[in-house]
Ligand binder design. Structure first.
Ligand SMILES: NC(=O)c1ccc[n+]([C@@H]2O[C@H](COP(=O)([O-])OP(=O)(O)OC[C@H]3O[C@@H](n4cnc5c(N)ncnc54)[C@H](O)[C@@H]3O)[C@@H](O)[C@H]2O)c1
Length: 377
C-alpha cells in the first residue's frame, strides 16, 4: 500500500491497471525503475518487469520523439498507413508546419523534461516509443554541451519512462557508433566500438543502456544502426553524410555541387523507404526471433565520385568539385565503409530494395528532374 501511495502522483493512470490482473505482478510491472530494488539476479528482476507492449493485442499507440527532423515525418506517415492516423503521435520541440499539423496528432515533447514525457505517454496511452531526438555528428562536435544533454540525459529519461510504462522502445543508432579501430569493411554487429565523436559515444551509450535495461529489467528495447539516410522531402539535420542529399538539390537547381568530403570517401548509405520499412519490420518481429537487440542494416556503399557519376547519367552537364571540410572528413574517415548485416537478414528477414541506380533515379524524380538516362557516348 505504501508503494501504491508513492506511485500515485507519478503514474496515476497506470495504478488502476491493478484491477485487471494478478495484483503483485502488475503492481511490480508498473514500478518506475528507480523504485525497484537493485536485485542482484537478472531472473528476479526480469520477472517483475514485463513488457506489456509485447503481450497487448491490437494496434500499438506510437509516440515519435524528435519527429520533425529528417526522418520523423516520413516515418509517421508510413506508420499511420499501417496502424491508422490517430495511433501515431508525432512530437518535437519545434513548431510543426501546417501540412504536418494537419496530417495527424502532434504534441510538444521535450525529452529533457521527464514529467512532460510521462504526461504525454499516460494521456495518450502510448505503447511504443520511437526515440528520434538527437544532435547529429557534425553539429554535435560544434555543441558538446547540448549533445551530451540531449543524446545522453534525454536518452536516460526515455529509458526510464519506457521502463515505467512497459513500452516497446526503438532507438536508432548509427554507423557513427564505430570508430577508427573498428574493422572498416563489412563491420560486424559485434566489434570494437571506440568512436571519436560525442554523437558516436552517445549512441554506443544508448545501445549499451538499452541492452542493459532489456537484460536487467526485461525492457523491450530494439535498435538499428542506420547508415547515412537519403531522402528528398526534408532537410538533413547536420550529419556527415548530408552531402549525399544536398547533391540532388544542387544537381537539379544549378547542375553543379561542391562536396565537403573527398572524392574517394566511401560510406554506407540507405534510401529512406528502406530505412523506415526496416524499422517497422524490427518493431513487429517476434521477440523470440531476435538473437540480439542492436542490429546493423546495410544497403549500398558509394563515394562522392561514384554518386556524381551516377547522377551525370541523368544530368550530363552535372559537375562536382571538392572543398574538403577537415572536421567532417575526419569523422567520415573513422566510420565503416560497409556494414555486415547478415544477422538482421537471418533473424527477421531484412532485405533492402534500393541500390545506387534506383536511389539516384528516385531522388532525381522526386526533385522534378526528367530522369531518362542520358546516352553516354
Ligand atoms: N538522418 C540520418 O542519416 C541518420 C543516420 C543514422 C542515425 N540517425 C538517427 O535517427 C534519428 C533521427 O535523425 P534525423 O536525421 O531525423 O535527426 P534531425 O537532427 O533531423 O532531427 C532531430 C529532431 O530532434 C528534435 N529535438 C531537439 N532537441 C529536442 C528535445 N530536447 N526534445 C525533443 N526533440 C528534440 C529537433 O527539433 C529535430 O527535429 C537520430 O537519433 C539519429 O541519430 C539518423
Amino acid at each position: 500500500a505504501q508503494v501504491v501511495r508513492m506511485l500515485r502522483p507519478v503514474v496515476g493512470g497506470t495504478v488502476r491497471m491493478l484491477a485487471c490482473s494478478s495484483q503483485t505482478s502488475v503492481l511490480l510491472s508498473v514500478l518506475p525503475v528507480r523504485f525497484q530494488s537493485a536485485a542482484p539476479l537478472h531472473t528476479q528482476v526480469k520477472a517483475r518487469f514485463y513488457s506489456a507492449s509485447s503481450s497487448e493485442a491490437g494496434c500499438p499507440r506510437i509516440l515519435i520523439t524528435g519527429g520533425l527532423g529528417q526522418l520523423g515525418v516520413s516515418l509517421a506517415s508510413f506508420l499511420r498507413k499501417r496502424f491508422g492516423k490517430d495511433n501515431v503521435i508525432l512530437s518535437d520541440i519545434k513548431k510543426p508546419p501546417d501540412y504536418v499539423f494537419c496530417s495527424g496528432p502532434f504534441v510538444f515533447v521535450n525529452v529533457l523534461d521527464l514529467e512532460n514525457l510521462r504526461r504525454v505517454v499516460v494521456n495518450n496511452r502510448v505503447t511504443w516509443m520511437l526515440h528520434y531526438s538527437a544532435l547529429l555528428s557534425a553539429v554535435g562536435e560544434g555543441n558538446l554541451h547540448l549533445a551530451k544533454s540531449l543524446n545522453i540525459a534525454g536518452l536516460h529519461n526515455v529509458l526510464d519512462v519506457a521502463g515505467e510504462y512497459n513500452l516497446r522502445l526503438f532507438v536508432p543508432s548509427t554507423i557513427g557508433a564505430f570508430g577508427p579501430t573498428s574493422p572498416r569493411n563489412q563491420t560486424p554487429d559485434l566489434s570494437i566500438q571506440r568512436p571519436r565523436t560525442i554523437y558516436g559515444v552517445s549512441k554506443v551509450h544508448a545501445e549499451l543502456m538499452g541492452e542493459y535495461y532489456c537484460y536487467r529489467f526485461g525492457l523491450d528495447f530494439r535498435c538499428l544502426r542506420y547508415p547515412g539516410i537519403i531522402s528528398a522531402s526534408s532537410q538533413p539535420g547536420g550529419g556527415t553524410t548530408d552531402y549525399a542529399i544536398q547533391i540532388f538539390y544542387d544537381a537539379v537547381k544549378s547542375g553543379k555541387f561542391e562536396c565537403y568530403l573527398g572524392p574517394s570517401t566511401r560510406l554506407p548509405m540507405m534510401y529512406i523507404d528502406d530505412c523506415i520499412r526496416a524499422t517497422l519490420e524490427l518493431m513487429e518481429a517476434p521477440a523470440e526471433s531476435l538473437s540480439m537487440r542492436t542490429y546493423n542494416i546495410n544497403a549500398m556503399s558509394f563515394t562522392p565520385a561514384e554518386l556524381a557519376q551516377e547522377i551525370s547519367k541523368h544530368v550530363p552537364e552535372f559537375r562536382i568539385t571538392y572543398r574538403v571540410d577537415p572536421v567532417r572528413q575526419a569523422i567520415a574517415d573513422s566510420w565503416p565503409m560497409s556494414l555486415d548485416d547478415s544477422t538482421a537478414r537471418k533473424d527477421w528477414g531484412w532485405k533492402h530494395n534500393f541500390d545506387l541506380p534506383e536511389l539516384v533515379t528516385m531522388m532525381l524524380n522526386l526533385h522534378g528532374c526528367d530522369t531518362r538516362v542520358a546516352r553516354i557516348s
